[in-house]
Design a protein around this ligand. Structure first.
Ligand SMILES: Cc1cc2nc3c(=O)[nH]c(=O)nc-3n(C[C@H](O)[C@H](O)[C@H](O)COP(=O)(O)O)c2cc1C
Length: 392
């Protein structure tokens, strides 16, 4: 397929989405649109021909930038971040396991989303099932292309998630990540470490071999202080136990860690030192930024998209400066406000090799990654032409 055809196809898809979204998608509240999307994903995962069609569309549109990243090899450098394909919430493990045994699709999007979007980070999964927060938990801010959420780590729990993915092993995508979150509300670090390692072991025991694991130690919108596990001793204990468990089983899957925006420079420096000491291969920067929710000033919800971008960019800048200063072998994966070619370019100029996105899905549609890459490629072509002309 010619590059020109792909460029025009992507321009058409971007224009179509941006024309239709205000009439179709943005007529509903973000909450209603999110719930409807999950219902569709649940259906499309198993609807005849949907996955091969999505796969063909992906191949037609995608920009393949084979990238060695954080100990893994990826076919493209933009991944869908954790939080969409995360599974249903359950009140307890018995119910979640029962749903898996009954053949329910407890993880809407697990087939159709990677087929359409390429690499996806599944999760976050917590050790025990969680319903998450109730009421309105998702908002969008169209003027700044931002989202806010307080989903609160809804999760089927790691045991049921692992069993579900294990039973469907043969249909898993060729590239995907699994994001395991620290258990909210568990203050004792030894108990927390047990939870995280047990979660990992459920996936390994079920024969699930993702391309990467991410340990999410930055959980806003939960009953925890999101900074709690990002302190030196806690991070060191959690990450080294995780890596030791992988090594003990001779499983060569890299560990990435997801952290918060807005930490002090010294805290980022300390985290990089810990990651380097224990063998973490990449850091995903960042999770969302807690701000008062649109409905209630006293309730916080995590900002993503345009309003997160400056904060996440600053975190990435600090992490990269430290990586370069100390020559750490850790990749920094940008996550925060990658919604168009310009925002991706800002990360790329800092030296970032790859990024994750979530909010772009809302404002740019299911082909967001390819659309963003094509905008960046167009911009870089123009810059090169400009330089050629000015040299001539
Ligand atoms: C509805 C929603 C749910 C999310 N759930 C998770 C989650 O379970 N685990 C996680 O690590 N990040 C989660 N995130 C955060 C995203 O992965 C991402 O870090 C954040 O939205 C910043 O990226 P963005 O600016 O492209 O949206 C969630 C984000 C949204 C909008």
């Amino acid at each position: 397929m010619s590059a020109l055809f792909r460029i025009w196809l992507l321009r058409g898809l971007a224009a179509a989405f941006e024309t239709l979204a205000p009439f179709v998608l943005f007529q509903r509240t973000a909450q209603a649109a999110h719930e409807r999307l999950l219902r569709w994903l649940r259906f499309l995962d198993n609807a005849p021909l949907c996955v091969p069609i999505a796969d063909a569309l992906h191949r037609l549109t995608t920009y393949e930038y084979a990238t060695d990243l954080g100990g893994a090899r990826l076919s493209q450098r933009l991944m869908l971040a954790a939080g969409l394909v995360k599974g249903d919430g359950f009140a307890n493990e018995d119910e979640a396991l029962h749903a898996v045994s009954a053949g329910d699709n407890i993880m809407p999007g697990w087939r159709i989303v990677p087929a359409l979007a390429g690499p996806v980070e599944f999760g976050s999964f917590t050790r025990h099932p969680r319903i998450g927060n109730t009421g309105t938990v998702v908002w969008r801010h169209e003027s700044t292309r931002s989202t806010q959420n307080r989903v609160g780590l809804r999760s089927p729990g790691a045991r049921a998630a692992a069993r579900f993915l294990g039973l469907n092993r043969s249909k898993l995508p060729k590239e995907f990540g699994i994001n395991i979150a620290a258990s909210p509300g568990v203050a004792n670090i030894d108990e927390q470490t047990r939870d995280v390692v047990e979660s990992l072991e459920f996936f390994l025991d079920a024969g699930v071999r993702p391309t990467w694991f991410t340990l999410n130690i930055s959980c806003p919108n939960t009953e925890d202080d999101p900074q709690g596990y990002q302190l030196e001793a806690e991070t060191r204990q959690l990450c080294s136990a995780f890596i030791q468990s992988l090594r003990a089983r001779e499983v060569e899957i890299p560990l990435w860690v997801k952290i918060s925006p807005g930490l002090a420079p010294e805290q980022y420096h300390t985290l990089m030192q810990v990651f380097s000491d224990v063998g973490v291969r990449a850091v995903v920067a960042t999770n969302t930024l807690p701000k008062p929710s649109p409905d209630d000033d006293n309730v916080h919800a995590g900002l993503g998209g345009g309003e997160l971008h400056p904060e996440a960019l600053n975190s990435v800048r600090l992490l990269l400066a430290e990586k370069n200063r100390k020559r750490y072998a850790i990749d920094v994966i940008a996550c925060g406000g990658i919604v168009d070619g310009a925002s991706l370019r800002e990360y790329k100029r800092l030296g970032v090799k790859a990024g994750q996105y979530w909010t772009a899905l809302v404002f740019r549609g299911p082909f967001a990654a390819a659309i963003i890459e094509s905008e960046l490629a167009r911009h870089e072509r123009r810059l090169r032409a400009f330089h050629r002309e000015s040299l001539a």
